[in-house]
Design a protein around this ligand. Sequence first.
Ligand SMILES: [Mg+2]
Length: 378
Amino acid sequence: MPNNSVSEKPADLNTLRLRFRGCLLGGAVGDALGGPVEFLSWPEITARFGEQGVLDYEVAWGGKGKITDDTQMTLFTAEGLLRGWVRGAMRGIAPAFASTTAHAYLRWLLTQGVRNRHGLLNTACLSGWLIQQPALFSARAPGNTCLSALREMKAFGEPARNNSKGCGGVMRVAPVGLFYASFNESDAARQAFDMGCKLAALTHGHPTGWLTGGVLAALVFYLARGETLNTALNNALALLKTEPAHEETLHALEHAQTLALATVSPHEAIAQLGEGWVAEEALAVALYCVMKARSFEHGVLMAVNHGGDSDSTGAIAGNLLGAIYGAATIPSGWLQALELAEVVQGMADDLLDYRDWEISEYNFTPFTEAMHKKYPGD
Ligand SMILES: [Mg+2]
């Protein structure tokens, strides 16, 4: 178990920033480490990279350190939440996060060369700084469910009409936990959990496909606030248990907890938990690796070295490990070679700082105007 048993609340701003950056940069690093082996079996991985598997970035998508759809969609999740916040504050209305995040996901869909079938796009959708990052316009094995659900979406924010529990819902919602971490309301954790569910459900209709999103959002929420992994997990599972149809997700996560305490090798344990193509397996594999990790590097390499969906398990584990250990513990070589690292870090900073933005319809300060240009309302 990570040595994070001492609660650090209230954390100073620098500690918080390291956790926020660690969460998003850690996820991107795990994604980039796992991308080259996503579709390889374990024998194929060891044949190509040696007995221990990958220990560093390998070439995929035209280079080393390239992110995949997991990180792309994580960035658009963050953008959707931040634009919802700006839009609500400007208009004096309650933010409609599912709608603004659906807008953001449709911008991601455009970067994949796909358009919504019902014309749910307009020029406003194409505004903002994230869509102007040329490197995002690249298909990195996007999930079929994400593509088809967004292509078929008939109204902004409506839940997907499918029965998919692929891991594409959960692997992108870590920003939800960061976004709600600064909420003062007593039910902020519940809000994070519910929003994690809601945003995953934009593309994944099976309860396990979106309840896992709620659990990841809640885990990140608690870890960002400095809670121990044990406390974060217990609290997240308590939220999960209040939901109908939670059993499949709960059993997978309890299995991960049991295996983390057992004398079984990581390879055997991960094989028992599954390959991670479906949501409860991806979250369980990631959680197991986080519970067993001696460091960020140890945990994230464990999470990508198996024959399953390595980039998604690496991304989720990286989100959690980064939130626990902080960005300063991520090997600097991995950060320096990470594609879009500045964008990922900037997004983490915005998720920490947005509550301090002075947003008013009639009184833009230069700073506020810049933020409005960065995250315009939809
Ligand atoms: Mg991927």
